[in-house]
Design a protein around this ligand. Structure first.
Ligand code: ATP
Length: 458
């Protein structure tokens, strides 16, 4: 089951500490959200799952982390400074501002239905900031609008320092900033968001094949994060939407969000545009994309194939995911309201184990009993050392309520320490499973092995 309404998800996220409105106590700041105690864990786990698949499990991708603030020349040559804009339409009656390509009906205001609209005009999305102690027209920089540009300008640094040969990729995740006209749909469209992007550099001519390979890898990855196949599809960009340098079938992996089908991750064939536009001595290379003449770059971003002697500007296949959109998608899929019979029901978050914000809750049956508490703390400390993520000592004294609360936040296992645990030899505890609600006794001596085996499985 999935959440039917975005409002349900928003309320759930606030109630359980996943996501809060940004700047909340001062009335909020549109298009910004803060991640709460459970949201920060969920996001960290999703990010780690991405990094593990994209970097650790491959031997042809390296990681990188670039600054959020960067030299304005990057954005001049990337084309963002001139043309990173969305078409803005304003309603002359109620003054609502809308992004033309996202309007429900392009002839009517989304809010009041008026047809009295301005002509669309380009609205620049880059966030400009003053640099240094004196604000003036020259000393400005941009907050990055995507992580990809930092990756392109470090192409030679990474290739030379790691002795990589084409094909290889560079992965990067981090915050990006866009002055979105209409932030909306919760975390879906915000002004600050986290991207997880990988640029894969390939020989021209092999790009089509690599495009298909990455499209499939990325779709499979989302399924492994718990998204159902029926809620995912690939949509190629129409010729009208295709940026001038991209090569079809550039498009998006779309997910069926509570607000409808929409982009989750871009899969782009960016040709040799990016390295071609940022390279020094462009004329030395046979650059296929149309690029601005670069008079500032001090580095050649070409590849000299040691075997064939070919010297070329590599093509880029980019896979560009949004972690915040990913959070909505995994929560949407995992959220279920279950009827337990006899008028009882529960909310359960059936997150994949590796994404669960709390892996195990250790609950002493009575909170005031020093022996129970000491044993529970000891079990918690032992499990914490396994490095699986957060293990919580849950000292509320009401086991039934603890189970319900942990079902709701997706904790896969609750371990209860009861009076028998103190008396039995060998001592044991109760393990309760989130999905089946089944309980079993496990010897405390075996608990590390049990928990490790449990989390090793899918
Ligand atoms: P859209 O068409 O929805 O504005 P985009 O095509 O401009 O998105 P890309 O530039 O391809 O997006 O960025 C890669 C990914 O970054 C997107 O697939 C999305 O998951 C995420 N992303 C982009 N803009 C936002 C935003 N404003 N808020 C949250 N995530 C975003």
């Amino acid at each position: 089951m999935a959440v039917k309404l975005m409002e349900t998800l928003v309320a759930f996220c606030k109630r359980r500490g996943f996501v809060f409105q940004g700047s909340d106590i001062y009335g909020g700041l549109k298009g910004t959200y803060d991640f709460g105690p459970l949201g920060v864990e969920l996001k960290k786990n999703l990010r780690q799952a991405w990094w593990t698949t994209m970097v650790y499990e491959r031997d042809d991708v390296e990681g990188i982390e670039c600054t959020h603030i960067s030299n304005k020349l990057i954005w001049k040559y990337s084309g963002h400074e001139d043309s990173f804009s969305d078409p803005l339409v304003e309603c002359k009656d109620c003054h609502t501002r809308m992004r033309e390509d996202k309007m429900v009906d392009k002839t009517k205001c989304d809010k009041c239905g008026s047809t009295n609209l301005t002509e669309p005009r380009p609205f620049h999305l880059m966030m400009k900031i003053d640099m240094g102690p004196v604000a003036n027209d020259e000393d400005y920089a941009y907050l990055r609008a995507e992580t990809a540009q930092g990756t392109y300008i470090n192409f030679r640094n990474v290739m030379d320092s790691t002795s990589r040969k084409i094909p290889f990729g560079i992965a990067q995740h981090g915050q990006s900033f866009r002055n979105e006209i209409t932030p909306r749909n919760f975390l879906f469209r915000t002004r600050e968001f986290e991207q997880a992007e990988m640029q894969f550099f390939v020989e021209p001519g092999t790009d089509k094949e690599w495009f298909e390979t990455w499209k499939n890898i990325r779709t499979d990855w989302w399924i492994k994060q718990g998204l159902s196949e029926k809620n995912l599809r690939f949509e190629p960009h129409s010729p009208d939407d295709l940026v001038f340098y991209a090569k079809p079938p550039t498009g998006d992996i779309e997910y069926k969000f509570p607000h409808g089908w929409d982009e989750l991750e871009g899969i782009h064939n960016r040709t040799d545009y990016d390295l071609g536009t940022h390279t020094k001595n462009q004329k030395e290379f046979d650059i296929q994309a149309t690029v601005k003449e670069n008079t500032h770059s001090n580095t050649k971003l070409n590849y000299l194939d040691p075997q064939t002697g070919q010297n070329y500007i590599p093509f880029v296949i980019e896979v560009a995911a949004g972690l915040n959109r990913g959070i909505i998608a995994v929560l949407n899929e995992a959220y279920a309201e279950e009827d337990l019979g006899d008028g009882k029901s529960r909310i359960v978050l059936k997150l994949k184990k590796h994404l669960a914000p709390i892996k195990v809750a250790v609950v002493p049956l009575a909170k005031n009993n020093p022996e129970l508490v000491a044993l529970a703390k000891d079990v918690k400390n032992r499990l914490q050392k396994l490095g699986l993520g957060r293990i919580l000592f849950e000292n509320t004294g009401n086991v039934g309520k603890a189970y319900r609360r942990h079902d709701e936040v997706g904790t896969p296992l609750c371990l209860t320490i009861d009076f028998e645990s103190l008396e039995e030899k060998p001592a044991s505890l109760t393990v309760r499973d989130r999905d089946t609600m089944k309980q079993e006794r496990i010897e405390i001596d075996q608990i590390e092995t049990y928990v490790l085996n449990y989390f090793k499985g899918e």
